[in-house]
Design a protein around this ligand. Structure first.
Ligand code: AMP
Ligand code: MG
Length: 340
């Protein structure tokens, strides 16, 4: 099949594809999503097949606002409306108890809850409005690989496997949304996956304490969503995390073993190490925001060098604010490996 690369003027084509149970990848502020009609079991099953995604990993349903949530959800949480008013459109996904048979069981991997998000991208909001459909939108990549932050990444992974890509520039944030469980109206919200809406920000805005799923604190604990157990975000090349004070030692160790090393870090670190490594991917500046935006693109770029690298060294950041989401993705990509 030919994968059509669609622009804003071709929205009608994208809508027609989705209405015929086809797949159209779409841009968001987090990463590109793989869009399909959430009400069509056939279309949703194809999403799992195309990505090679395990069927016990539930999908997020993309919608145009709180009104749509109300039509699908039972026992709505008292904070739901306030959360959507404050953060939508934006990188916050809300896990809710849905009405029976609101969606085909494949969408939520058989769970009684479904997660919802209103993405902050004009083209994708126009697509949602024009189609009138709720759209599933897992990251538009091969399952387990770094998520796509540009339409080029989507094309690389899914060319010939999906009908279309609604094109836009690189995504602004670079990691997936914060997943917040509000399915029990009698419990405080709980973060299941860290993202750009941080625990600190939610606590400040809501004036309450936000819980964090046990498995995010202790890797050995079973996650609340089965999908979270999978290895994720990993290039084929080995990835190693380098703490701020360990760069000199890490580079010396690699030179001793004659390893071909790629480095991902901000300009300050890159300037210190680049004479002694094979290649670098420099984040736009030294901030954690720039690192988060560049993380997946860097992993993809350094995984495809010719000749192949032996190892990719990636800078760590303190685990606070956006650093929590950055380190959550990086630890998975690195299979927890730090240079020690
Ligand atoms: P992705 O689409 O790759 O960004 O992954 C979506 C993630 O959202 C899943 O891996 C789950 O961790 C989480 N998620 C989606 N739906 C639910 C749900 N009903 N309950 C708990 N977690 C969910
Ligand atoms: Mg994903």
């Amino acid at each position: 099949m030919e994968t059509k690369r669609l622009n804003e003027e071709e929205l009608n084509t994208a809508v027609a594809i989705l209405k015929a149970d086809g797949l159209v990848a779409f841009p968001t502020e987090t990463v590109y999503g793989l869009g399909a009609n959430a009400l069509s079991e056939k279309a949703v099953k194809r999403v799992f097949a195309v990505k090679g995604r395990p069927t016990d990993n539930p999908l997020i349903v993309h919608i145009t606002g709180f009104n749509q949530v109300k039509t699908y959800v039972d026992n709505i949480h008292p904070l739901a409306e306030q959360l959507t008013e404050k953060y939508w459109p934006g990188p916050l996904t809300l896990v809710c108890q849905t009405k029976k048979d609101a969606f085909p069981a494949v969408v939520s991997a058989g769970l009684s809850t479904v997660s919802f998000r209103m993405p902050n991208n004009d083209k994708t909001l126009a697509l949602l409005n024009a189609s009138g459909l709720p759209l599933v939108g897992p990251s538009a990549n091969t399952s387990g690989k770094p998520s796509p932050t540009s339409s080029e990444h989507v094309y690389h992974d899914l060319n010939g496997k999906i009908e279309g890509i609604l094109e836009d520039g690189s995504t602004a944030i670079g990691v997936e949304s914060t997943v917040l469980d509000i399915s029990d109206p009698n419990q405080p919200p709980m973060i299941l996956r860290p993202g750009a809406i941080t625990k600190e920000q939610l606590e400040q805005d809501l004036g309450i304490e936000i819980a964090v799923d046990k498995h995010l604190i202790k890797e050995s604990e079973a996650p609340k969503s089965p999908g979270m157990k999978y290895k994720h975000y990993s290039p084929d090349t080995r990835v190693m995390m380098i703490r701020e004070n360990d760069w000199e030692k890490a580079i010396a160790a690699a030179r001793q073993q004659a390893l071909k090393v790629g480095v991902m870090a901000g300009p300050t670190i890159v300037n210190q190490v680049q004479q002694n490594v094979t290649t670098v991917f420099t984040y736009a500046d030294d901030s954690v925001e720039a690192a988060t935006k560049g993380l997946f693109a860097g992993l993809r770029a350094l995984d495809e060098t010719n000749p192949k690298l032996d190892v990719i060294y990636v800078a760590t950041f303190p685990e606070k604010d956006l650093g929590v989401a950055y380190m959550n993705r990086l630890k998975k990509a690195a299979d927890q490996q730090y240079f020690e």
